[in-house]
Ligand binder design. Structure first.
Ligand code: SF4
Ligand code: SF4
Length: 689
């Protein structure tokens, strides 16, 4: 070995790497500070998450084959990092028999390391071959075939082969031509030593040198490719996971000081790339281009233009291509592309408006990239500054503003759902343990009204002391917020909080996951702090406490559809199923895509009030087909938006034979007494008591 060459290689490689990292760091720092914390709090929790998601590879095995292959390569790199350090040391010292490292062969620890290292060499080769097979032969839609990905895999394979060849040659040189051949602690090298022992010593020495220089050079080449490739995630994944948003999954970060920003003529939302936060830019650095987000995205799966992966890649390419202009190194105007608006220069508006904010992409992403926040930020600029958004949303915004409901139903009609029912109004009574926040859909949509009716009757039957706000209730603003109208959302939030606090509200019950998410996770940012329950949890609790006893058999084979805002974003999976399973006669079956892998119905993110963006089919139709394929005769939901979307979708296609009901409707059917109104549940066969 040659200490001078080793030293020069190391100095040149690390100097080049330092220059690249500095460039990336400067680019990261153009991000708009303050939009997301870059100085971390809750350090212990963050560190535990980094260990779980990075070392534990928690998300990777959701795709079993690719996940196991990635695990093999990841842990091989960890193990072989030690090997590389040993080899660099040998570049300075040179003697293959020199046993100065505790992990070098010959010591007990060294022997153990040698064996483990060989196991991981095999695993890394298998992992790399699996990825080559996936990329070149299987070619799943989610993966992009590019030269960089193949190059990295070839480098890994060559490094592994060089490592084994190095061991084999070292074995022959150390033991001599007649020495022992097989060493169980270095099985791969000693197997190779057999054929090599017949070569002249000089030739073995040359092979040994070649293998050594191949390994150390490729390590340094690999290091320098990283900052310019998707494999940069090897370096950025730990900080990206560490700096992740620890807030509730369903919460959007508010635009602070909206009025002040308007006065100062600052951008509302994100218009240009530098208006993304440093954390958001770090997300772009960290994307591995695995395509899992796109694979699970309901918009992408139904042929819409939106691909969350492509969105990230496009933004990253734009960022890198405009490095000089963004970091101020070029002031001649020749690189002014970064000054153009991201929409439409980099992002097609159709892409943005296809998102349902369902969170499937974020659930899947192995490196915890936030997609929804960025998409909503881009919408915010379009809506609040440019006035560019799908026409039907204008109607919804206008109705919320005018009458407090995206359905355009005025406040004095908001109690029509309660006709004939015993429904206490909060303004008329103080004897209230929990406020029932009805929500715009269950209060005003003809189909969803039957949900609020069932809930009201169940609350009365359980003896709950409850009340509704009645005409004082307004839209929470969820639709406006997710569609980018933060200004309208904040106005609604402030007005609602004033009313809720005026009644000294502590506990709220709602049958709408969107209201639930907003009241629970977003109103605290505006001073509204409440204990919020979704009716799935609340009804399950009433059954568990014996306050509701399902007795009447309801003959139905039910598939439960998980609402994204209840399930994925709030982790409520068990209680709706518990409610259904407690009803005699009900058999619950599962869709292949359910719980955190459940497919969105297509309503969230403002989609409920506009048409799907162009694509192969409606999201709701695709989801209904999945549910029908279970053989169930009834689709159950715990969300008025889902219920409406899936009901409409069933009527659109060849899926008309299936019923759609909220869990509260089925439960009421089982609990109601003789002569009490059946409500919507009359569609369910109820023939035994
Ligand atoms: S939130 Fe849902 S619809 Fe939007 S990009 Fe992610 S997976 Fe697609
Ligand atoms: S955003 Fe996440 S899931 Fe999507 S391609 Fe990038 S790393 Fe994969």
């Amino acid at each position: 070995m040659n200490p001078v060459v080793t030293a020069v290689l190391l100095i040149v490689a690390f100097a080049a790497f330092a220059v690249s990292v500095r460039r990336r760091w400067r680019l990261l720092m153009i991000g708009s500070a303050g939009r997301r914390r870059f100085v971390p709090d809750r350090v212990g929790e963050r560190a535990r998450g980094a260990v779980r998601f990075v070392l534990g590879q928690t998300r990777l095995t959701r795709y079993r084959g690719a996940g196991l292959a990635h695990e093999a390569i990841f842990f091989a790199f960890v193990v072989l990092l030690v090997r590389s350090l040993i080899l660099f040391a040998r570049g300075f010292v040179g003697d293959p028999g020199f046993g100065y490292w505790i992990l070098d062969g010959g010591t007990p620890l060294g022997n153990l390391y040698g064996l483990i290292k060989d196991v991981y060499v095999v695993l890394a080769v298998l992992g790399a071959l699996t990825f080559l097979y996936l990329r070149l032969v299987v070619r799943p839609h989610r993966m992009t075939l590019n030269a960089e990905g193949i190059l990295i895999l070839v480098i890994i394979l060559v490094m592994m082969v060089a490592d084994v060849v190095y061991d084999g040659a070292a074995h022959v040189l150390a033991a001599g031509p007649d020495g022992p051949r097989f060493n169980g602690w270095e099985p791969l090298g000693s197997v190779l030593a057999g054929p090599m022992s017949g070569l002249p010593a000089a030739a073995v020495g040359t092979v040994w040198h070649l293998a050594f220089w191949t390994h150390v050079t490729l390590v340094l080449v690999f290091l320098n490719i990283l900052p310019y490739s998707k494999h940069f995630h090897i370096i950025t994944v730990v900080p990206n996971v560490f700096l992740r948003d620890l807030g509730p999954r369903g919460r959007l970060v508010p635009i602070d000081d909206l009025e002040g920003r308007v006065e100062r003529e600052e951008t509302l939302g994100v218009r240009r790339i530098e208006e993304l936060s440093p954390k958001s830019l770090l997300d772009l650095y960290t994307c591995t281009e695995c395509g899992r987000c796109t694979d699970q995205c309901p918009a992408a799966r139904t042929g819409k233009l939106l691909s969350p992966k492509q969105l990230v890649v496009d933004l990253r390419d734009h960022l890198y291509e405009n490095q000089a202009g963004l970091t101020g190194r070029r002031r001649d105007g020749a690189n002014a592309a970064h000054e153009s608006d991201l929409v439409p220069a980099v992002v097609d508006p159709e892409t943005l408006w296809a998102c349902t904010t369902c969170g499937a992409c974020e659930e899947e992403c192995p490196v915890l990239i936030d997609h929804v926040e960025r998409i909503v930020d881009l919408r915010r600029h379009l809506v609040q500054e440019k006035g560019e958004f799908p026409g039907p949303l204008q109607e919804a915004f206008g109705s919320i503003e005018a009458v407090g409901s995206p359905y355009g139903v005025s406040a004095d009609e908001r109690m029509a759902w309660a006709d004939g029912l015993e429904v206490p109004i909060r303004g008329d009574t103080d004897d209230v343990e929990i406020l029932f926040w009805v929500g715009c859909a269950p209060a005003t949509d003809d189909r969803a009204k039957r949900i609020s009716s069932a809930v009201a009757q169940l609350l009365n039957r359980a003896g709950v002391r409850w009340a509704v706000l009645g005409a004082e209730e307004s839209c929470t603003g969820d639709v406006a917020r997710r569609a980018g109208n933060e200004y309208l959302f904040q106005a609604m939030a402030e007005a609602n909080i004033e009313i809720l606090d005026g009644y000294d509200t502590k506990r709220i019950l709602t049958a709408c996951p969107h209201c639930y998410n907003t009241l629970k996770h977003e109103y605290p940012d505006f001073g509204g702090h409440y204990e919020v329950a979704h009716h799935a949890d609340f009804l399950a609790g009433l059954i568990a406490d014996g306050r509701l006893v399902p007795r009447r058999a309801v003959e139905a084979t039910v598939v439960y559809h998980d609402s994204c805002y209840l399930g994925r974003l709030n982790g409520v999976y068990a209680s709706p199923r518990e409610v259904l399973e407690r009803i005699p006669g009900v058999t619950v079956v599962e869709a292949a895509a359910s719980r955190d892998r459940g497919m969105c119905c297509g309503a969230g993110g403002g989609q409920m009030f506009k048409e799907d963006e162009p694509g192969d089919e409606r999201i709701s139709v695709a989801r209904t087909r999945q549910l029908v394929e279970t053989g169930a005769d009834t689709i159950c939901t715990a969300c008025p938006f889902c219920l409406r979307m899936l009901t409409d979708a069933s009527n659109l296609g060849d899926q008309t034979g299936i019923r759609q009901l909220d869990i509260a409707e089925v439960l009421w059917q089982s609990i109601r007494g003789e002569g009490e109104p059946e409500g919507a549940s009359s569609e369910v066969r109820s023939d035994r008591v």
